[in-house]
Design a protein around this ligand. Structure first.
Ligand SMILES: *[C@@H]1O[C@H](CO)[C@@H](O)[C@H](O)[C@H]1NC(C)=O
Ligand SMILES: *[C@@H]1O[C@H](CO)[C@@H](O)[C@H](O)[C@H]1NC(C)=O
Ligand SMILES: *[C@@H]1O[C@H](CO)[C@@H](O)[C@H](O)[C@H]1NC(C)=O
Ligand SMILES: *[C@@H]1O[C@H](CO)[C@@H](O)[C@H](O)[C@H]1NC(C)=O
Ligand SMILES: *[C@@H]1O[C@H](CO)[C@@H](O)[C@H](O)[C@H]1NC(C)=O
Length: 563
C-alpha cells in the first residue's frame, strides 16, 4: 500500500503544478488575444487617426488600461500625444509579452529552444527601439512639440516589430499547446514511473539481497553437519551399499525435492511424513548440490522418519546431466553467460533489480532445472510428486495419486485471475514462434507442488520439447528467467488443473491470504522473497513452517535457530 500511495500523492502534486502552468499559459493566451485584436486595429489603421486606436473587443473589465485609454482618446485635444503614448505602450507591452513567452518557452524546455531565443531577441528589439536616442527625444517631447515625421517613423518600426511578434506568437502558441500536452504526458509518465521504480527498487532490492544471502544459523547448521559427516564417514555414506528396493518401487508414493537448504528440505520431509497416514509408503528423493551433499546426508540420518524412506543424492551423481545433453548446462558453461551471471560487480548489480534477479545464478542453477529430467532420474517410476523446498505439507497427499490425470503429464493448480497470470505475462509474444504456438490468454499454473505422470511424460516427449525451447532461448528472447516460462511452454497442452486447495500460494509475499484458505490447504507455499527461514518472513505465516523444524536436534540448537 505504501508503494501505491507515494505515486498517487506525487500525481496530485504534479496535477497542481500542471494546472498552475496551464493557468499561466491561459493568461498568456488571453494577453495574446488582447494584443492580437489591439494590434489588428492598430495595423489596419494607417490613415485615419480617430478610429485606429479604438480598441474594440476590449471591454473585458480586467484591463484597466483600456478605460484610461478611452478617456484619453475622448479628450481628443491633442491627437499626437495620445497616439505616441499608445505606440510606446504597445511597444512596451509587446516587449513584455515576448519576454514572457521566452520565459515560458524556457520553462517548457521546448525541444526547439530556438523559440526562447527568438522571443528574447524580439523583446530586446523593442527595447532598442525605445532607447534609441531619436525616439527617446521624441518620447520625452511635450505634447505640443511632437515631431509628426518622427512619430510616423516610430510607429512604422513598432508596427513592423508587432507584426513579427504576432506571427511568432501565433506559431508558438500552437507549438506551446502541443508541447504542453506532450510535456504533460512525459512529465506524468516519467514522474510516476520514477517513483514507482524507486519504491520498487528500495523494497525489492533489499528483499532480494535478503533472499540471496544465507542467514548465519543456516550456514552454521550446514557447517556443523558437514563436520559431523567428515568425522564419521562410515555412519552417513551410502557408497557401496545396495539401493533400497523402496527407492525404485513404483507402488509407493514418491516425492522429488531439489534443494541446497538443509533446514528447508527437512521441513518439507518432516511435514509430509507427519501428515502421512502411512509414512512407510512414502519415499522422498532429496537431491542437492555437491557442496551440501554431506550436510544433507547427515541431516536425514539424525532421526527416524517413522518408516518413510529418504534418498539423498547430489546432482553430480546423475551422470547423464552433462553439458552435451542439458542445454542449461551448456548455456551456463558458455563464456558469455558466465560473464553475465558471475562477473557482475556491485556497481552494476544495483542498477536494476530485474538484472539483479536475472543474474542470481539460482535462476540458471541446474538444481532448479532438474524438474525437467524426472523421467530419466527415476526411470522405474510411473508417477512422482514434485515439491519445492519452500512449501509445507499439511495433509496426507496420497489423494493425488488417485486423481484421474486424463492422460496429462503435469497436475498443477492454476493461478490466473482476470487478466493476470496468463501466458502473455511470462513469455515474449512478439516472437513469431511464441505467437504461433501459444494462446496469450492461456491460464498459467504454479510450480511448487506438481504431480507428474512420468509415463505420459515419456510418451509426450516433454523433455525433448523443453530442450527445443531452452535451446532457442539461449539469448533470452523468448522468456527472461526462471523455470516457470519453460514449464508453461513444455506442458502447454499436457497440464491437468488441480483443485486449488491442494496448493495455496503466496505466503512469501501476500499478507492477505485468509487463514481459512491456509488451514484448508494440503500444501502451503512460501513463494516470494519472505521465506520462512529469513528474518523478513511474515509473522502470521512463519509458525506454519517453524512447527516442522527439528529444534530438538543438537545441531539445530547449537546454531541458535531462534523462533
Ligand atoms: C508414526 O506414524 C503413526 C501412524 O501414522 C503415528 O501414529 C505416529 O504418531 C507417528 N510417529 C511419529 C514420531 O511421527
Ligand atoms: C553426457 O550424457 C549423455 C547421455 O545423456 C551420454 O551419452 C554422454 O556420454 C555424456 N557425456 C559425457 C562427457 O559424460
Ligand atoms: C558495468 O557495466 C558496464 C556496461 O555494461 C561495463 O562497461 C562496466 O565495465 C561494468 N562495471 C563493472 C565494475 O563490472
Ligand atoms: C539468438 O539466438 C538465436 C538462436 O540461438 C540465433 O539464431 C540468433 O542469431 C541470436 N540472436 C542474437 C541477437 O544473438
Ligand atoms: C521478443 O521477440 C522479438 C522477436 O524475436 C525480439 O525482437 C524482441 O527483442 C524480444 N523481446 C525481448 C524482451 O526479448
Amino acid at each position: 500500500m505504501a508503494n501505491l500511495r507515494a505515486p498517487l500523492r506525487a500525481g496530485a502534486g504534479l496535477g497542481r503544478t500542471l494546472s498552475f502552468s496551464f493557468r499561466a499559459l491561459a493568461s498568456a493566451i488571453a494577453v495574446v488575444v488582447v494584443f492580437f485584436f489591439f494590434s489588428l486595429s492598430f495595423l489596419s489603421s494607417s490613415g485615419s487617426h480617430s478610429s485606429d486606436l479604438t480598441p474594440f473587443g476590449l471591454s473585458t473589465g480586467s484591463y484597466g488600461v483600456e478605460s484610461t485609454r478611452r478617456s484619453m482618446l475622448a479628450l481628443k485635444s491633442d491627437p499626437l500625444k495620445p497616439r505616441l503614448d499608445q505606440i510606446r505602450k504597445q511597444a512596451e507591452d509587446h516587449k513584455s509579452l515576448a519576454l514572457t513567452y521566452a520565459v515560458f518557452a524556457r520553462k517548457l524546455k521546448l525541444e526547439n529552444s530556438k523559440l526562447v531565443r527568438v522571443f528574447a531577441e524580439l523583446s530586446r528589439s523593442y527595447n532598442d527601439l525605445l532607447t534609441k536616442p531619436s525616439y527617446q527625444a521624441l518620447l520625452a517631447s511635450d505634447a505640443l512639440s511632437i515631431d509628426e515625421t518622427g512619430l510616423r517613423q516610430f510607429e512604422k518600426e513598432v508596427k513592423e516589430r508587432i507584426k513579427v511578434t504576432r506571427q511568432v506568437i501565433s506559431e508558438a502558441k500552437e507549438s506551446f499547446d502541443n508541447q504542453l500536452k506532450i510535456q504533460k504526458l512525459k512529465d506524468t509518465i516519467f514522474q510516476v514511473n520514477e517513483l514507482l521504480t524507486k519504491a520498487k527498487k528500495q523494497g525489492a532490492f533489499s528483499s532480494l539481497i535478503a533472499a540471496k544471502s544465507i542467514p548465519k544459523s543456516l550456514h552454521c547448521l550446514a557447517m556443523r553437519l558437514m563436520e559431523e559427516r567428515i568425522a564419521h564417514p562410515e555412519k552417513y555414506s551410502d557408497e557401496g551399499k545396495p539401493t533400497p528396493p523402496e527407492f525404485e518401487d513404483p507402488k509407493l508414493y514418491h516425492y522429488a525435492i531439489f534443494s541446497d537448504n538443509v533446514v528447508a528440505a527437512s521441513v518439507v520431509v518432516n511435514s509430509a511424513v507427519k501428515n502421512a497416514k502411512e509414512p512407510w509408503k512414502h519415499v522422498f528423493h532429496v537431491v542437492t548440490d555437491k557442496m551440501n551433499l554431506g550436510a544433507m546426508q547427515v541431516m536425514f540420518k539424525l532421526k527416524d522418519y517413522n518408516g518413510s524412506h529418504i534418498e539423498v543424492k547430489a546432482v553430480e551423481d546423475y551422470k547423464f546431466l552433462n553439458s552435451s545433453y542439458v542445454p542449461v548446462l551448456r548455456q551456463l558453461e558458455s563464456a558469455n553467460l558466465q560473464k553475465f551471471y558471475f562477473e557482475n560487480k556491485l556497481e552494476n548489480a544495483t542498477k536494476d533489480t530485474t538484472n539483479m534477479k536475472f543474474r542470481n545464478p539460482k535462476y540458471l542453477s541446474i538444481l532448479n532445472h532438474l524438474r525437467f529430467y524426472l523421467p530419466e532420474m527415476y526411470p522405474k517410476l510411473h508417477r512422482i510428486l514434485f515439491l519445492d523446498d519452500d512449501i509445507v505439507v499439511q495433509k496426507d497427499l496420497t489423494g493425488l495419486w488417485k486423481i484421474d490425470m486424463d492422460g496429462k503429464v503435469n497436475g498443477a493448480v492454476e493461478t490466473c485471475f482476470g487478466s493476470f497470470h496468463r501466458y502473455a505475462q511470462y513469455m515474449n509474444f512478439s516472437h513469431p514462434l511464441i505467437k504461433e504456438k501459444f494462446n496469450p490468454k492461456a491460464c498459467a499454473w504454479a510450480y511448487g507442488m506438481n504431480f507428474f505422470d512420468l509415463d505420459a511424460w515419456r510418451r509426450e516427449k516433454c523433455t525433448e520439447e523443453y530442450h527445443y525451447w531452452q535451446n532457442l532461448n539461449e539469448n533470452r528472447t523468448l522468456w527472461k528467467l526462471g523455470t516457470l516460462p519453460p514449464g508453461l511452454i513444455t506442458y502447454y497442452s499436457t497440464t491437468k488443473p488441480l483443485d486449488k486447495s491442494w496448493h495455496v500460494l503466496g505466503l512469501g509475499y501476500n499478507p492477505s491470504i485468509s487463514m481459512e484458505e491456509i488451514n484448508n490447504a494440503a500444501v502451503v507455499h512460501f513463494n516470494g522473497n519472505m521465506k520462512p527461514w529469513l528474518d523478513i518472513a511474515m509473522n502470521q505465516f512463519k509458525p506454519l513452517w517453524t512447527k516442522y523444524v527439528d529444534y530438538e536436534l543438537e545441531f539445530v540448537q547449537a546454531c541458535n535457530f531462534g523462533i
